[in-house]
Ligand binder design. Structure first.
Ligand code: GLC
Length: 801
């Protein structure tokens, strides 16, 4: 056995040679003569699970991250052995397990290329203080290998050369180098030799990842307790890795209601009622689209969850209804800390039912949050989750609140050095009783899950909408998220861009930042540039602490208001496009934002880009993140792209300067794309839309685009009442053909498509619609660019002279 003596001196222990091998259907057990067992499960041809024990036996197999809906099943599985190793072969992977020391090597089954290899591999250190082990894994890292993922890390997209921790932490005004912050997503994608693989280390203890930081040719990960338990996911396409990870940890359980993809306005805090109304009516007066208005903690009575301050909000039900009549959905904040108050029914009930977290020796976990001294429900107890979800009945069913915002759920505790519970706090962990060391990273997730269950039940037949600050892998099944307490600085605009992309490649697409910055106040220019980026994030909300002035679109000057309006309008026009991207996300696990490396991993130029990304399938966006800029250099990925503003066609695969004064930002459309657009509405479903615009971008060659529609809310779509249109575009020198294929039982409200065609290289002689020549004078209004046709057409030919 090769042992790195330096490692050994640190108290590390290592597996010795394999003495026994057993197979049980899809699971193989390799036992060593020092009681280490590797349990290797083949979940799918491209997904293997590695689980290690150092005592010869395994504890209960339980995970909050893995969904019961994960797909399993492989086509092919063989096991061979020779003198040196066992060899497991699936149709995608070959896995070698060294008989000498249990080290693992993984190869592409098609070309036998080495993809990933243990360095020392599994090793561990015994923990005297807590029992169990500090479990460790080290892998070879190659020159030219890149790493991506890990949730909300506010640093460069490529993780190479850095070390990170996962321990969800309340991080007011964090910076580029703050680590850890609010999320714990122990999943990364490695990319080497144009092949991508993923590693998901499903361990909820505080965990660490070192990407060639300590030692140049080693990438390692370890955790303070629990098991070495990781999933190896093979691509070789990065998008497939992310889709498989999302399959494993779950897609959102349903589409968000379409209004949740609109623009949201928030502040800490809008109160009293007259202030809320002033804000909402100003949106309508200035004709700035907005769908959601938020109530931060001051709506409550002394910050007691599920109560109302009757002085500020004398009749919440009436107010919420009046707001709804004006198209506003009201979202309210709910925190985990329950005020210690014997007169307060939520507190009394939880106390009686024994639902609060306790310290190791029995006292309650007491900590200060907004209401003062609080106790905290143990959301890892299924009974507590049920109870908690029931508390939403009045808020949702009776008062009509449409969304709930879960905050401070790391859980955050004020005025204590570690900002959270001490390690000894006990948790139920769904019957796997444990300390806070193990439950900390999933506490917020379980709170959001309980909240989600409440909304799902009481909002029915409408869809639930939840936002959470803290998250572990799998939280995306229940809720959207935001990136916490950022700052109104240009650096934070850069961070917001990186975080939204990184979250998307960590399986959590429904994310956004506090647009404009939470702490401090932006200048109009920064606010404008942030809105320009924010309208391309799946979750789009302005929020600020309110201590430093106002942050509504009209709080700056008229020019800012006008530009901001224009970009929010663009978001509303692109709603069918975003909704379609969301459908791809929940259906296939496809990330809604795609960093350039994800879009084109074969092009090494993309491996270190951070700013540019693809929104949905076909729109390339690059925010302006510097003050006084009138444009910027950006990398345009390979292929041809139309400048959204000028329709000029450019060839990608290079860096170039793009003009973008404050009224503009670099936006490009992929050649061949068909982009659906709604008319501008002040809020979702304001108008009965009878026509959808299709922006068609000519390409010589073929391209496929999709358009998904349903009732915009409710669950009918799950019973087949959706409409999925696939457009096949085929451009020739002298002809443009668009074929439509339809699926689903939903009849869209719109009746026609208005086609606007860009980049047509020929003059139109004739248009044939479903085999009939149509009168172009009647149909073409604006130089062959507006063609209004029945939405159910099958085939359109535009023929040149
Ligand atoms: C936390 C949240 C912030 C919220 C504030 C008051 O700082 O991150 O969004 O406004 O608490 O509830």
């Amino acid at each position: 056995m090769i042992i790195n003596t330096e490692l050994e001196q640190k108290g590390n222990l290592f597996p010795s040679k394999i003495i026994n091998f057993k197979k049980d259907v899809d699971t193989l057990y390799f036992s060593t003569d020092n009681d280490v067992v590797l349990q290797l499960t083949v979940l799918r041809d491209s997904v293997l699970r590695f689980r290690y024990s150092t005592t010869g036996t395994f504890g209960n197999d339980f995970s909050y991250a893995i969904t019961k809906y994960a797909s399993t099943g492989y086509n092919h599985l063989t096991i061979d052995e020779d003198d040196e190793f066992y060899k497991i072969t699936t149709s995608k992977l070959i896995c070698h397990i060294a008989k000498e020391d249990l080290r693992v090597s993984l190869y592409d089954a098609k070309d036998n290329e080495l993809i990933n290899q243990d360095e020392v591999g599994f090793h561990w250190e015994e923990s005297y203080e807590y029992g169990g082990n500090i479990v460790k894994m080290s892998k070879i890292s190659n020159d030219g290998e890149s790493y991506y993922g890990l949730g909300d890390k506010p640093n460069h997209l490529n993780l190479k050369g850095k070390r990170y921790q996962n321990w969800v932490t309340d991080s007011y005004a964090y910076g580029k180098d703050t680590d850890p912050i609010y999320k714990a997503i122990p999943f990364y994608t490695g990319l080497h030799n144009k092949k991508a693989y993923g590693i998901f280390f499903d361990n909820t203890f505080r965990s660490y990842f070192d990407f060639s930081h300590e030692r140049r040719n080693v990438t390692s990960f370890w955790a303070d307790g629990g098991e070495m338990n990781y999933y190896f996911i093979y691509g070789p396409q990065m998008q497939d890795v992310i889709e498989s990870y999302t399959d494993l940890t779950g897609k959102p359980h349903q589409l968000p209601p379409l209004w949740a993809l609109g623009y949201h306005q928030c502040k800490w805090s809008y109160y009293p009622e007259s202030k809320v109304k002033e804000i909402t009516s100003t949106f309508r007066k200035l004709k700035i689209p907005c769908d959601a208005i938020y109530l931060d903690i001051d709506y409550m009575e002394g910050f007691r969850c599920f109560t109302w301050n009757k002085e500020y909000f004398p009749d919440p039900k009436r107010m919420v209804k009046e707001l709804a009549d004006d198209g506003f959905k009201t979202v309210a904040i709910i925190d985990p800390g329950i005020k210690i108050d014997k007169e307060y029914s939520v507190f009394k009930e939880a106390l009686e039912k024994d639902y609060f977290c306790k310290r190791a020796d029995g006292p309650y976990m007491k900590g200060k949050v907004w209401p003062g001294e609080c106790y905290f429900p143990d959301f890892t107890n299924p009974k507590v989750r049920d109870w908690w979800s029931g508390l939403f009945k009045e808020l949702i069913e009776d008062i009509g609140i449409k969304g709930v915002w879960n905050d401070m759920n790391e859980p955050a505790v004020m005025e204590v050095p570690n900002k959270t519970f001490p390690d000894d706090v006990r948790h139920n962990y769904d019957g796997n009783f444990c300390s806070h060391r193990k439950a900390h990273n999933i506490y917020g997730m379980q709170m959001a899950r309980a909240t989600y269950q409440g909304l799902k039940k009481y909002a029915y037949p409408k869809r639930p909408f939840v936002i959470t600050r803290s998250a572990y892998s799998g939280t995306q099944r229940y809720t959207s998220t935001w990136t916490g307490d950022n700052v109104a600085t240009w650096e934070h605009l850069w961070i917001a861009n990186v975080q939204a992309q990184r979250m998307a490649m960590s399986g959590f697409s429904f994310a956004g930042s506090d647009i404009g910055g939470f702490a401090e106040q932006p200048q109009g220019e920064l606010f404008t540039r942030w809105i320009q980026l924010g309208v391309f994030h799946p979750f789009c909300r302005v929020h600020s602490s309110g201590d430093h002035g106002d942050q509504e679109p009209w709080a700056f000057d008229e020019d800012v208001t006008d530009i901001v309006r224009k970009f929010i309008e663009l978001r509303y026009q692109l709603l069918p496009y975003l909704y379609t991207a969301f459908w791809h996300h929940i259906d296939q696990g496809r990330p809604i934002l795609k960093s350039l490396v994800l879009y084109d991993q074969e092009d090494v130029q993309t491996h270190y880009r951070t700013d540019e990304f693809i929104y949905g399938e076909n729109i390339l966006v690059c925010p302006i993140i510097e003050q006084n800029a009138r444009g910027r250099r950006m990398y345009v990925p390979r292929g041809n792209w139309y400048n959204y503003w000028t329709n000029e066609l450019i060839k990608g695969g290079k860096e170039l300067w793009v003009d973008a004064n404050i009224e503009s930002m670099p936006i490009f459309i992929k050649e061949g794309a068909i982009i659906p657009k709604y008319p501008i509405q002040q809020y979702v479903d304001e108008l009965d839309i009878d026509e959808v615009t299709l922006d068609v971008y000519y390409k010589k060659g073929k391209e496929v685009s999709t358009l998904y529609d349903d009732a915009n809310d409710g669950y009918d779509y799950t019973k087949g009442r959706y409409s999925l249109r696939t457009f096949k575009l085929k451009g020739k020198e002298n002809e443009l053909i668009i074929q439509q294929h339809k699926e689903g039982k939903y009849t869209t409200k719109y009746k026609t498509f208005n086609l606007k065609i860009y980049g047509l290289p020929f003059e139109v002689k004739e248009i044939q619609l479903d085999n009939e020549i149509i009168d172009i004078k009647r149909l073409i209004l604006d130089e062959y660019s507006n063609i209004v046709i029945d939405k159910d057409f099958s085939e359109l030919h535009i023929i040149g002279v």
